[in-house]
Design a protein around this ligand. Structure first.
Ligand code: NAD
Length: 370
């Protein structure tokens, strides 16, 4: 695969490779678009089968971050990093500090955060070497674990979808079927329980199921594909991507699809299929942006109330996407893309109008490191 050709076709600005033999670090950072601000996106640590697989992943994920930040109204661009390593064997302080130095060398064009197989502890090692990192532990003035904030955004997205589908945002008495009660799914279940929704859930992890049984004994467990066939108001995918596909759509008995998982539609065309079936689909990258919103305010001084106020805007943004979808008669996933692209284009135009590209204005660091 030709990297420059791929970058050109997907619109990436920059792709940087790093290696450090002393600690076994092999990493790629992809910066997709910095029109709106510095590129922010987490670092995924994964044992990729090949360099090409890692590159494709980082290109795809970083582009997704551009759209997520843009549609969420954040002054951030899209970026992502991958470290090619075995999460069981290769993680070390040295590896993450070395990676932190490489991030520092990009002078703030890229800001990292947690992702699959990177934890708050790993972030701390990166933070020892660079300020261009978010999701720092709360004891260092950071925002800590993003999952409860992601769950709050998903909850607001479900409320907006309910307004559209039922004419009222209340979820009291509504049935929500959650696939995956991990970090986000569990927090979402708690929020739904607080407002009197009925919860049906599934998971493949015994620990997650036990936790649900202890904390929310009224929630009903179902196994495997039963989560798709359950009669419910909302199907909330909170496990892996692609759960909305040719096999599952005919089984669905819900009015709304709204959850935390990334890339819920297996292919773009599934957005049109669910629309034609009369199901309201809340675009995943908009309603799961609560975690990103939460880390985005870290540089200016994180506060729980500020974060929650920002995340509450997901309700109105979701309704706006539904409006565009209806007005232009396009599936909701396309409408979210239109909203994101329109914003990026408008800002690119004003930059081009008089300055060329402005320098990044990095927010102050005074509220972190105590
Ligand atoms: P997690 O790993 O903590 O939880 C996922 C859960 O899904 C686990 O309990 C797992 O056992 C379960 N699961 C996996 N495959 C399943 C299957 N086939 N059927 C049923 N259950 C299954 O992950 P998370 O942090 O809760 O994230 C959930 C999803 O939301 C992921 O797709 C993630 O990319 C996305 N997301 C998370 C955040 C965040 O802040 N954590 C932010 C944005 C998007």
């Amino acid at each position: 695969m030709l990297t420059l050709e791929k970058m050109y076709s997907m619109g990436h600005e920059q792709v940087v490779y790093f290696q450090d033999k002393s600690c076994g670090l092999k990493a790629i950072i992809a910066i997709h678009d910095t029109t709106l601000g510095p590129a922010l996106g987490g670092t995924r640590l994964w044992q990729y089968a090949s360099e090409e697989e890692a590159l494709i992943d980082v290109l795809r994920l970083s582009k997704g971050m551009t759209y997520k930040a843009a549609v969420s109204g954040l002054n951030l661009g899209g970026g992502k990093a991958v470290i090619i390593a075995d999460p069981k064997k290769d993680k070390s302080e040295a590896l993450f500090r070395s990676f932190g130095r490489f991030i520092e060398s990009l002078n703030g064009r890229y800001i990292t955060a947690e992702d699959v197989n990177t934890s708050v502890d790993d972030i701390e090692h990166i933070f020892a070497e660079t300020n261009y990192v978010t999701g720092v532990a709360q004891q260092y003035g950071g925002s800590g674990n993003p999952s409860p904030y992601t769950a709050l955004g998903v909850f607001r997205g479900i409320e907006a979808s309910a307004t559209k589908a039922f004419g009222n945002r209340s979820l009291k008495g509504k049935t929500v079927a959650i696939q995956g009660v991990g970090s986000v799914g569990f927090e979402l279940a708690k929020l739904l329980n607080e407002v009197g929704a009925n919860i049906v859930y599934t998971d493949i992890n015994e620990r997650g199921i036990e936790k649900m049984k202890e904390s929310l004994p009224n929630a009903k467990f179902v196994s495997g594909t039963e989560i798709f066939t359950t009669a419910c108001d909302v199907y909330a995918p909170c496990a892996l991507g692609a759960s909305v596909n040719d096999e599952t759509i005919p089984m669905l008995k819900c009015k709304i699809i709204a959850g935390a998982a990334n890339n819920q539609l297996k292919e773009d065309r599934h957005g049109l299929i669910v629309k034609e079936k009369g199901i309201f689909y809340a675009p995943d990258y908009l309603i799961n942006a609560g975690g990103l919103m939460n880390v985005s305010i870290e540089f200016e001084g994180w506060a729980d109330s500020k974060s929650r106020r920002m995340i509450d805007t997901i309700y109105d943004k979701t309704l706006e996407v539904f409006r565009i979808s209806e007005e232009q008669n396009i599936p909701v996933n396309k409408a979210a893309d239109v909203m994101a692209e329109k914003r990026i284009e408008s800002i690119r135009n004003i930059k081009n109008a008089y300055l060329g590209k402005t320098n990044f204005r990095m927010p102050g660091q005074k509220n972190r490191r105590g």
